[in-house]
Design a protein around this ligand. Structure first.
Ligand SMILES: [Zn+2]
Length: 330
C-alpha cells in the first residue's frame, strides 16, 4: 500500500471517519480550519494552542476521502445560491472549505493543495493581521510557557504565579492565563499584555505567521478563492458597544474591499460560539450588507437555513480530530 492510500485507509476506519459522520445529515457542511502545518511532530507544543493546526498530509487525506465519498466542493457564493434558491435534486452533499483569521500557511500550504484539486476556499480575514496591528498573544504565551519553569507577573496590584515545569503544568497555566486574557475588558488588554509579556524576551517574528496585504491581494486573484471578513480586531463582539460592533463589521468589510477591489460578501464571527455571537451580532452582520455569516456552532446546512443566513453553523476541524495518528509512522 502506498503512502497516500495508507493514510486514506487509516482515515476511513478510525477517527477521521467519525469526524465525517456529521456530514451524513443535511445538505452539506461548511468546514472551519485555522492553521495548516507541515508536521505535527516537530517540537513540543501546548495542546490548546496546537489543536488549531492540521497537517498538510491530513488535509490532503481528508480531501481524497471526500472525493471518494462523492462530495461536491462549493464556494461560499455557491452555498449561498443553494441555500437561497434550493438544493439540486442530485442528492450529492457538499463541503465548503473556510479558513479563519489570515495565517500565511493558508496561502503557502493549504492553497496549493486545494488548487491542485480545483477546490474553492474562503479565507475569513481579520484585518488587523495584514495591517500588522495585532498582538499574537496566544503564540507569545505558548513560547513563554514552553521556555519557562514558572511564570510570574503583577497585574492590577495583584501578584500571579503559575507552575510550568511539566507539559501538564504548562497546559494548565496556558489555559489559566488564556482565560484571564479572554475575560479582561478590551480597554484593559494592552495593560495586561504589558504585565504578562514585558519581562520576557521573544525571539520569533510573530508577524511572519500572517499574510500581508500583498499576499491577500495575490491569492484573491484566483477565482477559486473568496476573501471574507472576520472583523478588525478579533474581539468578542458581544462585549462591544453598538458603535464598536458596527465599526468591527463595516471597517473590516470596507478595508478588504479597498485592498482587493472586490465586494466582500461573507463574514465569520470571531470565536463564533454562542457566548460571543448572538441575535444582536447576527442583525448587525445583516445590516452591514453581508450576504451571509458563519459561526463555529457545530452543525450542517439544511434547507431551513434560508431563514438563518446570518448564523450558519460550521464543523471545526482541529488537530484533536486527528491526533490519534502517530505521525512517525508516515
Ligand atoms: Zn478567528
Amino acid at each position: 500500500m502506498d503512502y497516500k492510500n495508507k493514510i486514506i485507509s487509516v482515515c476511513k476506519f478510525t477517527k477521521i471517519h467519525k469526524l465525517l459522520k456529521p456530514f451524513l445529515a443535511g445538505k452539506g457542511t461548511i468546514l472551519a480550519f485555522h492553521r495548516i502545518s507541515l508536521n505535527k511532530c516537530e517540537k513540543q507544543r501546548i495542546p490548546t494552542c496546537a489543536k488549531l493546526e492540521v497537517s498538510t498530509d491530513l488535509l490532503e487525506s481528508m480531501i481524497q476521502y471526500l472525493i471518494q465519498s462523492g462530495y461536491q466542493f462549493l464556494s461560499l457564493d455557491e452555498v449561498y445560491d443553494r441555500v437561497v434558491n434550493g438544493f439540486e435534486s442530485s442528492g450529492k452533499r457538499f463541503v465548503s472549505f473556510t479558513f479563519d483569521d489570515g495565517y500565511l500557511d493558508n496561502y503557502t500550504l493549504a492553497y496549493p493543495i486545494l488548487k491542485r484539486y480545483k477546490i474553492p476556499m474562503t479565507i475569513y480575514l481579520t484585518t488587523s493581521f495584514p495591517d500588522r496591528e495585532t498582538t499574537l498573544w496566544w503564540y507569545k504565551l505558548e513560547d513563554m510557557i514552553l521556555n519557562s519553569g514558572t511564570i510570574e507577573f503583577e497585574y492590577n496590584k495583584r501578584g500571579y504565579a503559575f507552575h510550568a515545569g511539566t507539559l501538564k503544568e504548562k497546559e494548565i497555566s496556558y489555559n489559566d492565563i488564556h482565560k484571564l486574557i479572554f475575560n479582561t475588558p478590551q480597554e484593559e488588554l494592552e495593560n495586561l499584555y504589558a504585565c504578562v509579556f514585558d519581562n520576557y524576551e521573544f525571539k520569533r517574528d510573530y508577524m511572519s505567521l500572517l499574510m500581508s496585504w500583498e499576499d491577500v491581494k495575490n491569492i484573491s486573484f484566483d477565482p477559486l478563492v473568496t476573501i471574507g471578513a472576520h472583523s478588525v480586531n478579533h474581539y468578542n463582539l458581544r462585549k462591544l458597544t453598538p458603535s464598536d460592533l458596527e465599526y468591527e463589521l463595516r471597517t473590516s468589510k470596507e478595508r478588504i474591499e479597498e485592498k482587493i477591489g472586490r465586494n466582500v460578501d461573507h463574514f465569520a464571527y470571531p470565536f463564533g460560539s454562542k457566548s460571543t455571537a448572538g441575535r444582536r451580532e447576527f442583525e448587525a452582520a445583516a445590516s452591514t450588507s453581508f450576504k451571509m455569516a458563519t459561526t463555529t456552532r457545530g452543525g450542517n446546512i439544511f434547507p431551513r437555513h434560508k431563514e438563518h443566513l446570518y448564523c450558519l453553523p460550521r464543523i471545526s476541524v482541529t488537530w484533536e480530530d486527528f491526533h490519534y495518528i502517530d505521525c512517525d509512522k508516515f
